[in-house]
Design a protein around this ligand. Structure first.
Ligand code: ADP
Ligand code: TRP
Length: 337
């Protein structure tokens, strides 16, 4: 039996506070995979990627630190996971250039996130266009075999697999064929427009941040859309019920004396038409607020201690650098540099 541990790589842009869509689609999975002890894990903050957006230097500086604190507070353990800022490993940009030279423009033109972002930002840069190639470099630098992400990132991971194949075909087998890894909830929906993905780009009231205070969570959930148009189960209700199922361990009494869980009770009530959305919302707000109580405390503690945070990130980068140096040495040999 080989004792090769499968390699997992994933990252997130420091473009805002983490929300429960990020958590259920990606971050919780990272922590669970890490704690299983079965994988070699690399998790990074994609600060270079966020230069393709609109943040100012001060915003970027503050938010990279906050995102690092949030991931640590959520359970990323730097003893078990190599955890670092992407920009500290210069090889990511170098490998991206090399992969740029292998990737047809037509493949990048198909990327839906590129089309959405250029429409949203009303501009297009070469950075936005080649964004998925930098993402492929992030993954292949550590020979990532599995990439745990939400549904919207599948296309980028598929392109990474194609790029690895093009490289291997031209220069000889070197990179693995990367696969994406989804959770049971790869697409959490917006509170206000439940036919769209919950995303910070829609606005603060569409998302629940993991760091939101209980009062804020309550207000946001109160305003969440539940009404159905044209019969059938309303997407807003499906989303709220799913959230209750995922966060009900935050309730003081998740089970009734009958053994039925709070989630099961509301699903039943929804089926027989006796559901009260106000009650569902109160219960859900309590569950989410309690679920993240520990997270909020740890996050605040870490943000009070920037020197400790900086040391964690420096140590993580040193570990990542060793692996990146080895990969780049192999790449340079293969391609003739
Ligand atoms: P946002 O759309 O809020 O800017 P990001 O693009 O930074 O979020 O996403 C970071 C990670 O979280 C990615 O793996 C992404 O697929 C996942 N993710 C983002 N939004 C959701 C969502 N609503 N449901 C599930 N996963 C999500
Ligand atoms: N593009 C990803 C997102 O918007 C972030 C990201 C950058 C990433 N590089 C990555 C995710 C490598 C997984 C692997 O969420």
């Amino acid at each position: 039996m080989s004792n090769h541990k499968h390699i997992i790589v994933s990252g997130i842009q420091p473009t805002g506070n983490l929300h429960i869509g990020n958590y259920l689609g990606a971050v919780k999975n990272w922590v669970d995979l890490q704690n299983s002890g079965k994988y070699e894990m690399y998790i990074f903050i994609a600060d270079l990627h966020s230069l393709s957006g609109k943040m100012t230097p001060d915003e970027l500086r503050a938010q990279t630190r906050t995102t690092a604190a949030e991931l640590l507070a959520a359970g990323i353990d730097p003893k078990k996971t190599t955890f670092y800022f992407q920009s500290r490993i210069a090889g990511h940009a170098e490998l991206a250039w090399i992969l740029n030279c292998l990737t047809p423009m037509s493949e990048l033109e198909r990327m839906t996130q590129y089309k959405d972002k250029t429409a949203q930002l009303k501009m297009s840069t070469a950075g936005l266009f080649t964004y998925p190639i930098l993402q492929a470099a992030d993954i292949l630098m550590y020979k990532g075999e599995m990439v745990p992400v939400g549904q919207d990132q599948i296309q980028h991971v598929e392109l990474t697999r194609d790029i690895a194949r093009w490289f291997n075909k031209k220069y000889g087998a070197y990179f693995p064929e990367t696969k994406h890894l989804l959770t049971e909830t790869p697409k959490v929906m917006s509170l206000l427009e439940p036919n769209k993905k919950m995303s910070k780009s829609l606005g603060a009231d569409h998302v629940i941040e993991m760091a939101d205070e209980p009062g804020v969570i309550e207000q946001k959930i109160k305003r969440a859309v539940t009404a159905t148009e044209g019969g059938g189960q309303a997407p807003g209700v499906i989303n709220l019920l799913m959230l209750l199922q995922k966060f009900e361990s935050g309730l003081s009494f998740p089970r009734l004396s009958t053994g039925e869980s709070s989630y099961e009770r509301f699903v039943k009530a929804e089926k027989d038409g006796t559901i009260r959305y106000g009650e569902l919302k109160d219960e859900l707000a309590k569950a989410i607020a309690n679920y993240f109580a520990d997270f909020r405390a740890k996050r605040a503690e870490l943000l009070k201690n920037p020197a400790k945070l900086d040391k964690i990130m420096r140590d993580g980068a040193a570990k990542a650098q060793k692996v990146a140096d080895k990969t780049m040495e192999g790449v340079r040999n293969l391609i003739g540099l």
